[in-house]
Design a protein. Structure first.
Lengths: 429, 120, 491
């Protein structure tokens, strides 16, 4: 496949791959930061991405100070996008990101084409872990869905994927779907969660499960699926502290549907092919304070960078990526960013984004985003440069399901020599 | 004296808060770690409210089979399922725009049900 | 049902039934294939190792050995004629203990006696060059360059489409329930849809072949469903091995194979469990654990965290472990094609020829003019050049709408799959023909869109009728709020 043999459609400053919450925000910010030729490439027929099927409310509290539904939140960004001369190509699938050159894509209108651009923002989002990734034994009948597929069927197609439902995984999508299916006439038998705690927000446990009397079974998993045409039953079992099913605890539950809400995986196939280095902890790119990946001119944001729990933070992060991409595209080409400080996930921290900072060129303050490894009460989130604590924040409680933030100021890193990492830890208050 | 236990949703800790009631009046709130928990618990046991979101079928739209809707404000929690039931016979006609009223005064709550997306 | 008298009714539309039907379509004969399931390729043919064996396994002189070697030799031309995915990547039988080397050499000798070309034994150094992830314990391997991999769905559908294009009829969702001899020496074939009349009946019923045999003959036949469980890994793991890697069967066990697939995935398996239930295609925790464990014998560091699905299939095993092909002595005009277990897929082109030859001799059929040997396959957007893809979009813009992002399957191919004869009628029917939903998200994103396209392409189908794989596997059960209207009450 030779990209140069493909017809060149147009030239852009910044091309954004994906028109969901991250892509919309990145494109708007890129334009506002001075990139005059901005393009959004979206594979679906419409913009908005997964927000289109998230019809529940709770979006936008941070960003707009009010509670919006997913479609309403997306509409606000679409309107803002429409007010700017930003090009949008829907039904357009990006096939390759070619570092330093541009993008190869296909659409019904243009066939296979390429565009040249100075900077690319990756905003492809994530996908759900399927059943196979868990190796749940049993038959393979109809009625096993990921929660997101079920959400699409109920909220977009207007059909119910089942009547008697068991949900595995208590992440927010699983909880939200428990309520949605109940309201639309299904009976949710229970939500089973492998871990001893739920990964979902308390609010969702109360309003999606407790409100409807749906039991949450912690430390449980599905160990079997029965049924030939359609699911006829599943088998639940308790798990031990190493998350292995405990023999003798099996319980067979007749049902016609098993929903899986067992994790989200950033969709980085394009990124990998472009040579972007991927952090195994996030399955997203390693990025610096400008959210630029290991490939110059290629930026990443939103759920393709790391899985977020609130769309407001996706928008905020993506705006930063869009702004930095614009600056890169409009800049003089100088890439001298000076010394880089590596950001390391220390005690109690699973990963950090970004994973490196350039004290000389970084903004006045940079938000570190990360997740903790376990539940911890009355603690501090701190960043250390050597022995020096350069940033800290008290928290009453932190949980793995909730992304944490810590701001670091450039001036505090001025003394950094580059050989010492910035270590983020959870420590006693 | 009645006692009711609930999970506070104001932060991830999820305090188990116990509210004591006498004649429908809150006389004590225990188990909360902060004042937000007390305020939440008082409201939740006396007049719990929810926003309801669902969809209704839309006729004449090229893009959508159903249009997403919500109650324009909070409705009493005990009416959540009734709101959905009342919506079960309702259809919308394209074009629909965000904020268009799909059903007025649902279940006599004085709250309208409005579209949350455009369906042209 | 006002049905004609068919020259031949073939029972079963697996790879053998379809291969037989295609060979019969060269002859002046009316042919009907009846299939109990909703589509072709729904039994043993759909869940197996997808390997074209070189032919060194079966005992010299057996029917299995002969048809395997002949079948494998037919694959290259057949794959060009029918445009299905087949790659001659070669296979290695890995020996991990010095003391087993004589057994490896015996395998080489048996292969040569069976007529397998180009066999040789490679030492550890060459082996590591050929297969860098081979186990550290590997000492040598039998190298069979004529071994290959194929897409059994694609092969079976291609055979069926080509047979249909040459005049063969297919009737799906029709199960044979009885056979009886009619006074004019034809067969009455009772089915769930009525009675068919045939001059010759071919029994290609896979794991059910013993039941169909029993309807016609008093000679005993036993088919034991032998379950094989597999793990399928993402294309990110597809290069972990470059050839099909078998373990040399030893006292330590049979081992499992590790192979790339024609779709670029990595396939590991199978187990071999004799079970009772002919629908027993469930996987088990023990079986999958055994697959993982056994794979380590020959290949190291398999990235099982990249697993995207697991599945199991049933081989139609006969205790005699030999194909049973031929007219049944006490049932004139009834031809068995039974006990087709591994290497059945590899042998299928040769089985088709052999069975068609038997039928031709029984009925005294002659060749007909106008047989078309070729069939147009589906474009593989993940394989063709960008220029070729661009050309396709110019002709049909639907090639520009990617529906299955993981496997790069466009709307055009999905519609094409529905329009073929026999065509896709379910989500799995689409999967079998064009590969949509087979990737890393396992249909998470594209299933609703495929459901919509099926509704647009299949007459009288609506969303509530769309099945995963035939009646009883509907994906949606009701419209939203179905059954809750009118009973408004306070919670």
């Amino acid at each position: 496949m030779r990209p140069e043999a493909i017809s060149r459609l147009a030239d852009y400053d910044v091309a954004v791959v994906g028109g969901g919450s991250a892509g919309l925000s990145a494109a708007i910010a890129a334009y506002d930061a001075g990139a005059t030729r901005v393009l959004v490439l979206e594979r679906d027929v419409r913009l908005g991405g997964i927000l289109n099927q998230c019809i529940h409310n709770g979006f936008g509290l941070h960003r707009f100070g009010e509670e919006l539904t997913g479609p309403e939140y997306a509409a606000r960004y679409e309107r803002a996008l429409g007010e700017r001369p930003i090009d949008v190509m829907t039904q357009t699938t990006v096939l390759r990101v070619v570092p330093g050159q541009g993008i190869v894509a296909v659409s019904p209108e243009h066939g296979v084409f390429r565009i040249c651009c100075k900077a690319v923002v990756l905003a492809m989002g994530c996908r759900e872990r399927p059943r196979g990734a868990l190796d749940i034994p049993g038959t393979r009948p109809a009625g096993v869905f990921t929660a997101g597929t079920a959400q699409h069927l109920v909220n977009v197609e207007g059909v119910l994927p089942g009547r008697e439902v068991v949900i595995l995984g208590s992440g927010d999508i699983g909880l939200i779907m428990a309520r949605r299916l109940t309201l639309e006439g299904a009976h949710v038998r229970c939500v089973a969660e492998l871990m001893p705690y739920s990964g979902g927000l308390k609010r969702n446990i109360v309003q999606c499960l407790d409100d409807f009397g749906i039991p949450l079974l912690l430390s449980h998993t599905v160990v079997g699926v029965e049924g030939q045409g359609r699911v006829s039953a599943i088998t639940l079992a308790k798990v031990d502290d190493r998350l292995r099913p405990i023999p003798g605890t099996e319980e067979r539950i007749p049902c016609d549907t098993l929903l899986l809400s067992v994790g989200l995986l950033p969709e980085n196939e394009l990124s990998r092919e472009a040579g972007v280095r991927i952090n195994p902890a996030t399955r997203g790119a390693y990025v610096d304070d400008s959210l630029m990946t290991s490939v110059p001119g290629v930026f990443a944001c939103g759920n393709v960078l790391h899985v977020h729990d609130l769309v407001d933070f996706v928008s905020e992060e993506a705006a930063h990526a869009g702004e930095c991409a614009a600056r890169y595209a409009m800049g003089d080409g100088s890439t001298d960013t000076g010394v880089a400080v590596t950001v390391v996930a220390g005690d109690g921290v699973r990963y950090t984004v970004p994973s490196s900072l350039h004290p000389r060129t970084m903004p006045e303050a940079v938000t570190l985003r990360f997740r903790v490894t376990g539940v911890r009460e009355h603690c501090r989130l701190s960043a250390y440069l050597g022995n020096e604590r350069v940033s800290t924040r008290r928290r009453d409680i932190v949980v793995p399901g909730e992304m944490q933030e810590l701001k670091v100021r450039a001036e505090q890193l001025a003394s950094a020599g580059g050989d010492e990492p910035l270590t983020v830890v959870v420590e006693g208050a | 004296m009645e006692r009711e236990t609930l999970t506070c949703i104001r932060c991830p800790r999820g305090c188990q808060v116990t509210v004591s009631l006498e004649g429908g009046e809150v006389v004590a709130v225990e188990g909360n770690c902060c004042p937000r928990g007390e305020a939440y618990a008082r409201k939740e046991v006396t007049a719990p409210e929810r926003v309801v979101t669902t969809t209704v079928p839309v006729d004449g739209s090229t893009d959508w089979a159903v249009v997403s809707v919500k109650t324009a404000g909070d409705v009493p929690k005990r009416l959540v399922e009734s709101v959905v039931a009342e919506l079960s016979g309702v259809r919308a006609e394209a074009p629909v725009h965000i904020g268009d009223v799909v059903l007025r005064d649902v279940c006599g709550t004085g709250v309208d049900v409005v579209a949350t997306r455009d369906a042209i | 049902m006002g049905d004609p008298t068919w020259d031949v009714v073939v029972v079963g539309a697996g790879v053998c039934g379809c291969a037989i039907a295609r060979e019969l379509s060269r002859l002046q004969a009316s042919v009907l294939v009846v299939e109990a399931r909703e589509d072709v390729c729904c039994g043993t043919s759909k869940a197996n190792s997808a390997i074209v064996h070189a032919g060194f396994d079966a005992p010299t002189g057996s029917l299995m050995a002969r048809l395997n070697v002949e079948g494998a030799s037919l694959f290259p031309q057949l794959s060009r004629d029918l445009d299905f995915a087949y790659e001659r990547i070669g296979s290695l039988v890995v020996c991990t203990r010095e003391e087993d080397l004589p057994a490896l050499r015996a395998l080489l000798e048996r292969g040569r006696a069976n007529g397998v070309p180009e066999l040789s034994i490679v030492g550890r150094d060459d082996l590591v060059r050929m297969e860098p992830n081979v186990s550290d314990a590997a000492v040598a391997a039998l190298w069979a360059p004529t071994g290959g991999i194929c897409d059994p769905f694609d092969l079976t559908c291609a055979l069926a489409e080509n047979a249909a294009a040459n005049g063969v009829s297919f009737s799906l969702n029709e199960r044979v329930t009885g056979l009886h001899r009619l006074p004019d020496d034809t067969w009455g074939v009772s089915t769930t849809r009525g009675t068919r009349v045939a001059r010759v009946v071919v029994n290609a019923a896979g794991v059910h072949a013993d039941e169909v045999h029993g309807m016609a003959s008093i000679q005993p036949m036993k088919i034991v469903p032998r379950r094989g469980q597999y793990e399928l890994l993402d294309t990110t793991a597809g290069n972990h091995v470059r050839h099909t890697v078998f373990a040399l069967p030893t006292k330590m066990g049979k081992g499992v194979l590790v192979t790339p697939t024609v779709h670029g995935n990595l396939l590991v398996g199978p187990t071999a469990e004799d079970i009772e239930d002919k629908d027993g295609t469930q996987t088990t925790a023990e079986g999958l654990a055994r697959v993982r464990e056994a794979s380590m014998l020959t290949v190291r560091d398999i990235p099982f965290r990249e697993t995207i699905t697991s599945f199991s299939g049933l081989r139609a095993h006969r205790p005699e472990h030999e194909f049973a092909i031929g007219e049944v002595p006490d049932a004139p005009g009834f031809v068995d094609c039974a006990g087709i277990e591994s290497p059945g897929l590899s042998a299928s082109p040769a089985i088709g020829r052999m069975v068609a030859g038997i039928v031709r001799d029984i009925l005294g059929l002659s060749e007909r003019e106008g047989f078309v040997a070729t069939r147009r396959g589906f474009p593989r957007l993940d394989r063709i050049s960008l220029e070729d893809w661009d050309e396709l979009v110019r002709k049909d813009p639907a090639y520009g709408r990617v529906v299955c992002r993981c496997c790069r399957v466009s709307e055009a191919q999905i519609r094409d799959a529905c329009r073929r004869v026999p065509g896709a009628r379910s989500v799995d029917g689409v999967k079998r023909r064009v590969g949509a939903t087979m990737g890393r998200c396992q249909g998470g994103f594209c299933t609703p869109r495929i459901m919509q396209i099926l509704c647009e392409e299949v007459p009288d189908l609506d969303l509530l009728g769309v099945c995963k794989s035939g009646p009883g596997s509907e994906l949606a059960v009701a419209r939203d709020k179905d059954g809750i209207g009118g009973e408004a009450h306070e919670a």
